[in-house]
Design a protein around this ligand. Structure first.
Ligand code: UD1
Ligand code: CA
Length: 463
């Protein structure tokens, strides 16, 4: 039976000490809420209901693209009170009610499926997920009697003996609808925090002699709640390790998986080699046999096969064709297309430009709004002057052009096929094919000037 999912995301997350609602804090580059939404969607739910409160309008946006309904919890009076806001959705559900928290992002669809299965098989009024934690501090503890789950006691309400219990409540439950509706009316706020605790429903089920089941999750990481920034960093590691492991199994080499970040919308080919401290983000795809050296960040870009990215480069919204080489210390800004076997070298910035097959800009250049043909050589320090303070202008460089070092190409300008631009030239007009363009003030030699000057300055100068 398809579950109705309720995700609790109304809290501010006080322990995050943040201006941003907790559900919006990013894990592996995406809001916590989206991780939970993905797991929820995987269960094939009848409906997904989000309970929102703090920054509801912004949190709602993070759920764009997911089919959800929103209910508001104006005041955060506890997890039980939060679920009560979704009473209507619960009442009209045809299957079980699955309750998730926006701050438990590592939960997998597989575990949720196991929860639903156990719930159905045990015909329980409520089935919860628990885990054995090395450090259970902060979690509700699962109190058992002769192996039966009796109730959950919150950290703040626990006795010294209860605090020693290692089995913790994950805050994720599957409820039988009728029981949940009645229990929501029965819970009170007679506890240290003065809140309506959803976990109190467990003791209520016991009191009514209804069945309670518990799924003990093997991997405590999976049910980890993110309450503090420290938890967030720990969760980040877990996601990273999961993703990296998957890619290594797919044939990617990582010299240091601990410092390699691969976003969940990234794809990698076989025999990709990633050095330490590489970050691949957004919709990036890296083709077979690419090598990415340390300290590089690639965002929303496509690298065809056999591309080499040398150390400390930044590549954004760009495309690199097979065998292209970039860096070290290169910056490809949005809209750059680097052709097959082309080379963009150290301290070169490329913006919204096309670099043709086999062309090279190896040192210290700025190439913006340019279309460069095949086998062009861009000398050291060449600059396209694309901006006049008001508008951007285009530079066109045709096949086989040689641009000497330190030339400035003042756009709009076009350099014809096979032309030669002399070193240091300032090019302000179009250059015809096969021509030489040179623009230098003639060199002036003054014999003996240097030694005369030294003598005049009072013999201080040493030869
Ligand atoms: C909760 C459980 C605890 C469990 C832990 C697992 C309760 C009382 N305690 O504690 O047993 O071990 O989760 O991570 O449920 N929320 C609302 N409205 C509210 C209060 C909370 O929407 O009025 C949401 C929060 O935004 C959050 C989730 O519910 O996403 C859990 O709330 P939180 O305050 O983090 O509960 P914990 O103290 O972690
Ligand atoms: Ca929590």
């Amino acid at each position: 039976m398809r579950p109705t999912v309720i995700i609790l995301a109304a809290g501010l997350g006080t322990r995050m000490k943040s201006g941003l609602a907790k559900a919006l804090h990013c894990l592996a580059g995406r809001p916590l809420l989206q991780h939970v939404l993905d797991a929820a969607r995987g269960t094939g739910p009848e409906r997904i209901v989000l309970v929102l409160g703090h920054q509801a309008d912004v949190v709602r946006k993070a759920a764009d693209g997911y089919r959800t309904e929103i209910v508001l919890q104006a005041e955060q009076l506890g997890t039980g009170h939060a679920v009560r806001q979704a009473s209507e959705a619960i009442a009209s559900a045809s299957g079980p009610i699955l309750i998730l928290c926006a701050d438990t992002p590592l939960l997998t669809t597989g575990t949720l499926a196991a929860l639903l299965e156990l719930h159905a098989a045990s015909r329980a009024a409520v089935t919860l997920i628990s885990a054995k934690a090395d450090n259970p501090f902060g979690y509700g503890r699962v109190v058992r009697s002769a192996s039966r789950v009796m109730r959950i006691v919150e950290e703040k309400d626990a006795t010294a003996a209860q605090k020693k219990i290692k089995e913790v409540n994950a805050g994720i439950y599957c409820f039988e609808k009728k029981f949940l509706l009645s229990a929501l009316g029965d819970i009170n706020k007679n506890n240290v925090q003065g809140e309506y605790y959803l976990p109190d429903t467990i003791a209520l089920a016991r009191k009514k002699k209804l069945r309670v089941a518990a799924l003990l999750c093997e991997d405590p990481n999976e049910v980890m709640g993110v309450n503090t920034r420290e938890d967030l960093s720990r969760a980040e590691h877990v996601v990273q390790r999961r993703t990296n492991r998957r890619w290594m199994l797919e044939g990617v080499t990582m010299l240091d998986p601990e410092t390699t970040f691969i976003g969940n919308t990234v794809s990698l080919g076989k025999d990709v080699l990633l050095y330490p401290n590489v970050r691949l983000e957004g919709k990036t795809s890296v083709g077979e046999g690419c090598t990415i050296y340390p300290g590089t960040r690639v965002i929303d870009s496509v690298l065809a096969s056999g591309v080499t990215v040398n150390d400390c480069s930044v590549i954004e919204e760009s495309e690199l064709a097979a065998g292209a080489t970039v860096g070290p210390f290169a910056h490809l800004r949005p809209g750059s297309r680097i052709g097959p076997r082309a080379r963009i070298g150290n301290f070169v910035e490329v913006k919204k430009s096309i670099i043709g097959e086999g062309s090279k800009a190896n040192h210290l250049s700025y190439i913006g709004d340019a279309t460069i043909g095949k086998d062009v050589n861009i000398g050291a320090g060449v600059i396209t002057c694309n901006y006049d303070g008001f508008e951007k202008h285009k530079t066109i460089i045709e096949d086989g052009v040689f641009v000497g070092s330190d030339a400035q190409l003042v756009a709009p300008v076009k350099i014809g096929k096979g032309a030669l631009i002399a070193a240091g030239a300032t090019i302000t007009r179009d250059v015809p094919p096969e021509a030489l363009a040179i623009s230098r003030t003639p060199q002036d030699i003054r014999e003996g000037f240097a030694s005369r000057r030294r003598r005049m300055k009072g013999k201080k100068g040493k030869t």
